[in-house]
Design a protein around this ligand. Structure first.
Ligand SMILES: [Fe+2]
Length: 496
């Protein structure tokens, strides 16, 4: 592994910024092909479909959007069958995407600062939300759903990725009603005789905020739904579940909507981190009859949780925590971000005692990391292994270039790095059929390769990262850095 030479006055980096920037070019073409440029071998037992979502367009007809979170959702599907793999990508045809593509210009403001052309006058009092369907994609109840947390899901054909329209979860969601982008699948729900269920939530933020919990059975029907009011503004992207609880971290945030209303800033740029306020941990029982509890811990900001589990009246939550919210500055260019000036996200374990109303926390992974994942059978239970995107270097803040495997039992770590010219996305763990042990399976990840300006689908043996990738599938193009995705053992290959 070659790193750049160390110079005494220049910080040593495992990456060059312009390499990283290449992964933020729009991908305007929709592809459909069998992948034939492969290093190594795709394990023949690996069967199923990996779906990924993320912003595919970073511009609208040459007009740059202000932040990747404002980019139109594009779904990629990589289907694995008998040692071969098929690739397909399609944009989610949201109403606003279709309108903007026809008009050839930006017609909607983005939550993270994208403005319509014409300055603040053209943007003032336009409070419409553009549902961009860009954050996650999940196959559940026979439906493929593209998710964006502030509005309703879009349903897609899992084989063709054609957009079928917005989905109300069989009439449960009103038009435009929020449904978060971070469902958790409880593999053995104790309220459903051990059947799996999908748990998700929605947030209605305000002076006090409403958190609604949804639980869906394997057929996709909402079988439990309950709403809870929490004091104060809530900006909550993710949550964690245990067998009996949903756990939310209410980050200490103040929201001043005035610059948004007057067309000066996006709503997401009106958020101010409150370092002197505590983070609130909201514990909502999944059984409707029990009471919500709110506890406090040190100030910090959490986007993503890895997992949570219970031991009696105690709950343990592993979360990636930032010292403060990386605020989006109006007028700044996200591609010029100074990684060294920002605090890294680090994995912390929070230990909540519901009886004593106490919260303790401990740093369990100091390396800069994001996008944690794990064996799906361990969701909500004690798990031994976590996998996450990580920086190549073990200290400081940097783009994600490596995949880290953390053994929480022994403290052992394994790192697979794509540095200096590779940049990773969220890893996904896929269990080997009839596998033995929690790490018997594969890690699948899209890796942007700046050398060839293309992306690879990388397959690692989850038991042993150190032997290197067991396969690298070279795509014919790059895929802009994505957000989240999921794997289903169901196979979706065209005309199959
Ligand atoms: Fe997320």
């Amino acid at each position: 592994m070659q790193l750049y030479e160390r110079a005494s006055t220049v910080p040593t980096h495992s990456y060059q910024r312009q390499d990283w920037q290449g992964g933020y070019e729009s991908l305007k073409t929709e592809y459909d092909y069998w992948i034939d440029d492969i290093e190594g071998q795709i394990p023949p037992e690996l069967q199923g479909t990996l779906f990924r979502n993320g912003p595919g367009l970073l511009d609208v007809n040459g007009n740059a959007i202000h932040h990747p979170f404002d980019g139109d959702g594009m779904i990629s599907a990589i289907a694995f069958h008998n040692g071969r793999a098929h690739f397909r990508n399609r944009f989610v045809r949201t109403a606003a995407f279709v309108e903007e593509q026809q008009a050839g210009k930006i017609l909607y403001r983005g939550v993270f600062g994208t403005q319509k052309p014409g300055g603040w006058l053209a943007n003032a009092f336009d409070l419409r939300l553009k549902n961009i369907a860009n954050t996650n994609v999940v196959y559940w109840g026979g439906k493929l759903l593209a998710l964006w947390e502030a509005a309703d899901p879009h349903r897609l054909d899992p084989a063709t990725l054609e957009t079928l329209g917005k989905d109300s979860l069989n009439g449960v969601l009103a038009d435009g009603e929020a449904f978060a982008a971070h469902p958790r699948i409880d593999p053995r729900c104790n309220q459903d005789d051990g059947a799996p269920c999908m748990v998700n939530f929605s947030i209605k933020p305000g002076l006090s905020s409403t958190i609604t919990i949804f639980e869906l059975d394997p057929a996709g029907n909402v079988i439990r739904q309950h709403a809870h009011n929490v004091p104060g503004f809530a900006f909550i992207h993710d949550f964690a579940i245990t067998e009996n609880y949903c756990i939310f971290f209410q980050n200490p945030i103040a929201f001043n909507p005035i610059p948004f209303v007057f067309g000066l800033r996006g709503a997401g740029e009106c958020i101010k981190f409150q370092p002197n306020q505590p983070t609130r941990i909201v514990v909502i029982p999944r059984h409707k009859s029990r009471q919500m509890q709110i506890l406090e811990t040190q100030s910090g900001f959490v986007f993503h949780h890895a997992n949570a589990f219970e031991q009696g009246e105690e709950i343990f939550i592993d979360s990636i925590c930032y010292e403060s919210f990386p605020e989006v500055e109006a007028g700044s260019d996200f591609k010029q971000v100074d990684f060294d000036a920002l605090q890294p996200g680090q994995m912390w374990r929070f230990h909540v005692n519901l009886q004593q109303q106490t919260v303790l926390r401990a740093l369990i992974e100091p390396r800069c990391c994001e996008f944690p994942t794990m064996h799906p059978e361990k969701v909500g239970r004690p798990c031994r292994y976590l996998y996450m995107g990580a920086a190549h270097a073990n200290t400081g803040n940097a783009p994600l270039q490596a995949i880290l495997k953390a053994d929480l039992e022994t403290g052992h770590r394994q790192l697979w790095s794509a540095a200096p010219r590779g940049f990773v996305s969220e890893p996904i763990f896929v269990e080997r059929p009839h596998g033995e042990g929690e790490d018997d399976g594969w890690i699948l990840a899209l890796v942007y390769d700046a050398t060839h300006h293309r992306s690879d689908v990388v397959i690692l043996d989850a038991r042993n990262f150190e032997q290197g990738a067991i396969a690298r599938l070279h795509l014919k193009h790059h895929i802009p850095y994505g957000l989240h995705g999921s794997f289903t053992p169901e196979l979706f290959i065209p005309a199959y």
